[in-house]
Design a binder for this molecule. Structure first.
Ligand code: ADP
Length: 803
């Protein structure tokens, strides 16, 4: 086998220097050969290398295959000369022979290549046609031709510029793709749109395709190929990755530009960014789908036509009404209404449409099969660009179930209200029934306690009194809670002295605290409002309950009532904290204690008793007074209940001043008085007659007792002429003529003496009813001695005035 390395074998060949004496005798000729060969080699090699370098910088310049042949041929010639120079020292004739042979092949290939392109080259314009020749003096024709050419040239440039500006304004990019070189040329706009072609606007087509979204790449390639093959215009939408802006939707339109031989040479076209339109289209598609998938019935009407026909209904409409779209399109939607549809609602809808307004109604509609359904219908106008309403969109919801539920709920509520009213009536009656004898028992027990001297009967009387009071307390709690729950507890706001209430509560509770060896102390802020506008009775009730609980659940230490005025917020607040050092409340029960009938389970609670209603009532009352009641507590360390009430009176006084004012007021009130007056008691219950008489006899001039309203009127009328009564205590529930009728009669007769109503009813409305018939004031049984005296004193010493 032939060994290719043998081409480097020089045996048998002498180096050229040794090929004859002339070479050594006249070496100058040898050197002329060597230098010339090397120079030729350098030049032949430099030409293709320089051209390659140039082409690398200008990838846009198309390189014909013939050029590559020519470059090979030049390089091969150069190599032959190089070997000729080398042979002077190294006789590699074999290798040189092969290189020469290859050079001969390349030379003939070039000759053949040239032969094929020569005819085309011969048709190319000559230099004189492409570059205007220097004007020849006196050649007038040439001069005018040049001037013409210049004008045409100028016009072409101007129109090119305006085309460029128009394209830019339209944000259209243009491109041209050479099919031969596979290079694409992009204009400025196209470069901006694609973010490519930074270097002289030229890119390789592969570069461009790489950036096309991979889902669009194949189909784009196919579209391009088809355009090239068929010569048909090409129009394609695809996504291109633009650095910094992500994928953009581009629309490409182009056409093949054929060369002089009608062969496809390049594809030229325009491109624009349609990302925004695509996004809009996408959104539109989603919206359309949403309407189609909506569970609400949707219909669109055309308001421009007098009939206002339906132009669209969604599938949910079809499902809801049973009508197919084809049956309703073109009709006015009134076909959905029927005999049970409320004409007022119908009119309301019509008016809204006439006024081009939105509207929401619940209307009875009918399905295709005639079954009715309640439709919650919302209609909204749709305006065109000129602000004219051209459509109405109606959204329907089948609310039959909820309308039905609402109806049931209303009925249930009505039934509950009736039951609640019945309960209230029952409670009112019960309260009357229980309170009347209780008043008598307490009154009698009170009198007995005053009269009895010996210890044993006195202790019995005291027990009766304390148990009666306890019973009254429970009764009052139950009544209060039912009144609150029935929404019938009324709040009567009046200026109320904070200090008086606190001192009052303390003096009432002092004995209980002393009995348990507890200190009951009060602490006041240095400045406080003298009065706050609140319901004194309820304020006192809350404070009494909190203090009583604190004493009840404390075995050692103290109970402290701390009154502060909190001015940190936008509105001042009065906070009264009742703090004890008692058993405390476990965290888990803190919320529950405000629930009715809830007590923290434990031996102490069972021992001290209670109904578990006190705090529930207190919290509800606090809210009704626009305040709140909160608690913090720690087991075995104590509890702090804080009542917060609004302060309407911003005038704050020093504690010293407040105390002086309070002492002055109380000293006026506590003076022992004798009332020089005749008083009439109209009461049918013997026990209460007895009790009232016992309280009043030592104080007033005379007490007259009658058994019913008719007797009362008669007695008063008769007394008018002799010794008129100064005041009447009128029980409102009496046989024959009740207190209401008797008072009304008195007023009718023109008698204006004070009439104080005594009622066992504790329900809201009692007070109003009494005042309405002409009573001057109102006392709810059981009436305490001090309350009774205070009221009588008020009306006997002052000109009667209705409250
Ligand atoms: P009761 O009539 O049972 O006292 P309340 O509603 O006033 O009803 O109180 C409910 C429960 O809250 C009480 O039974 C007691 O367990 C707890 N409680 C109330 N105040 C205190 C307090 N100061 N210290 C400890 N426990 C308290």
């Amino acid at each position: 086998m032939w060994n290719w390395l043998s081409i480097f074998d020089t045996s048998g060949y002498p180096a050229r220097w040794d090929c004859g004496p002339a070479w050594t005798s006249e070496p100058i000729w040898g050197w002329v050969h060597i230098v010339s060969d090397l120079a030729i080699f350098g030049a032949y090699t430099a030409i293709p290398f320089l051209t390659i370098r140039f082409l690398r910088k200008r990838p846009d310049v198309p390189v014909p295959r013939l050029w590559w042949l020519l470059a090979t041929f030049l390089f091969a010639c150069g190599t032959v000369h190089l070997l000729d120079a080398i042979i002077f020292w190294w006789p590699i004739y074999r290798l040189a022979g092969i290189v020469k042979f290859l050079t001969a092949m390349a030379s003939w290939a070039t000759v053949l290549g040239l032969l094929s392109v020569l005819p085309v080259m011969l048709q190319l314009p000559g230099m004189s046609q492409t570059v205007p020749a220097e004007p020849v003096e006196n050649d007038e024709e040439s001069k005018s031709r040049i001037a013409e050419l210049r004008i045409v040239n100028h016009r072409i440039r101007a129109s090119e510029e305006s085309l460029r500006q128009s394209l830019q304004a339209a944000r259209l990019g243009t491109w041209s793709w050479s099919l031969k070189s596979n290079l694409a040329w992009l204009d400025q706009s196209q470069m901006q749109l694609t973010g490519m072609g930074a270097k002289a606007g030229t890119i390789r087509m592969e570069q461009f395709l790489e950036r096309v979204h991979r889902d669009d790449r194949d189909s784009l390639n196919r579209a391009l190929k088809q355009a090239i093959e068929t010569g048909q215009p090409y129009n394609y939408t695809f996504r291109l990755y633009v650095p910094g802006r992500g994928y953009r939707w581009l629309q490409h339109r182009g056409a093949v530009s054929p060369n002089s031989r009608h062969a496809s040479e390049r594809l030229v076209g325009v491109c624009y960014d349609i990302t925004d339109q695509m996004a809009e289209q996408d959104a539109m598609r989603v919206r359309t789908r949403a309407i189609e998938f909506a569970t609400n019935g949707i219909l669109i009407t055309d308001t421009r036509s007098a009939l206002q026909p339906i132009i669209y209904v969604n599938p949910a409409f079809e499902k809801l009404t049973g009508y197919r779209a084809s049956e309703v399109i073109g009709k006015n939607c009134s076909f959905l209404q029927g005999p049970g549809t409320d004409p007022v609602t119908r009119q309301h809808l019509r008016e809204a449409i006439q006024l081009r307004q939105k509207c929401q109604v619940t209307i009875l509609n009918y399905r295709r099969d005639g079954t009715p359904f309640w439709n919650s219908l919302q209609i909204s106008p749709v305006e065109n660009d000129e602000g004219v309403v051209v459509h109405y969109i109606g959204v329907q919801t089948d609310v039959t179930q909820s309308v039905e539920n609402e109806r049931r709920l209303r009925e249930a509520q009505l039934a509950a209200e009736t039951a609640s009213r019945a309960k209230s009536e029952f409670l009112a009656n019960m309260s009357h029934e229980i309170r009347t004898p209780l008043t008598a028992i307490l009154g009698c027990a009170d009198s007995l306690c005053r009269d009895l001297a010996s210890e044993e009967p006195l202790a019995t009387a005291k027990t009766i009194r304390s148990q009666g009071q306890l019973l009254t307390g429970i009764l009052n709690d139950i009544l209060d809670l039912s009144k609150i729950e029935a929404g019938k507890l009324e709040i009567h706001r009046e200026p109320c002295s904070v200090l008086s209430v606190v001192h009052d509560v303390c003096s009432l509770m002092e004995q209980q605290a002393n009995d348990k060896d507890l200190k009951l102390v009060t602490k006041f802020d240095s400045i406080l409002p003298e009065n706050i506008l609140t319901d004194q009775l309820r304020f006192r009730q809350i404070l009494l309950n909190l203090t009583s609980n604190a004493i009840k659940f404390t075995n050692v230490g103290k109970v402290e009532i701390w009154v502060c005025c909190d001015r940190t917020g936008p509105e001042s607040k009065l906070t009264i904290s009742v703090q004890d050092t008692g058993i405390g409340i476990p965290k888990a029960h803190l919320d529950a204690i405000f629930e009715a009938f809830t007590q923290v389970d434990g031996p102490i609670v069972r021992r001290v008793g209670g109904t578990g209603l006190g705090l529930t009532i207190c919290q509800r009352l606090a809210r009704m007074l626009n305040g709140e009641l909160t608690v913090v507590s720690e087991v075995d360390r104590g509890s702090t209940f804080t009542l917060t009430l609004p302060v309407d009176n911003e005038e704050l006084l020093s504690l010293e001043e407040l105390n002086q004012r309070r002492v002055l007021k109380e000293s006026h009130a506590s003076m022992d008085v004798v009332i020089p007056a005749r008083i009439l008691i109209a009461e049918d219950t013997m026990a209460i007659q007895y009790m009232l008489k016992r309280i009043l006899s030592p104080i007033v001039d005379e007490v007259v007792v009658v058994n019913n309203g008719a007797e009362a009127v008669e007695a008063i009328v008769q007394a008018q002429e002799t010794r008129p009564f100064k005041l009447v205590l009128m029980d409102m529930q009496m046989p024959q003529m009740n207190g209401y009728d008797a008072t009304a009669r008195l007023r009718h007769l023109g008698l204006d003496l004070p009439v104080i109503a005594l009622t066992a009813g504790a329900m809201a409305g009692d007070r109003e009813r009494c005042l309405a018939v002409g009573c001057t004031d109102y006392l709810s049984k059981p009436v305490s001695r001090s309350q009774l005296l205070h009221t009588i004193q008020t009306y006997c010493f002052s000109t009667p005035e209705k409250v």
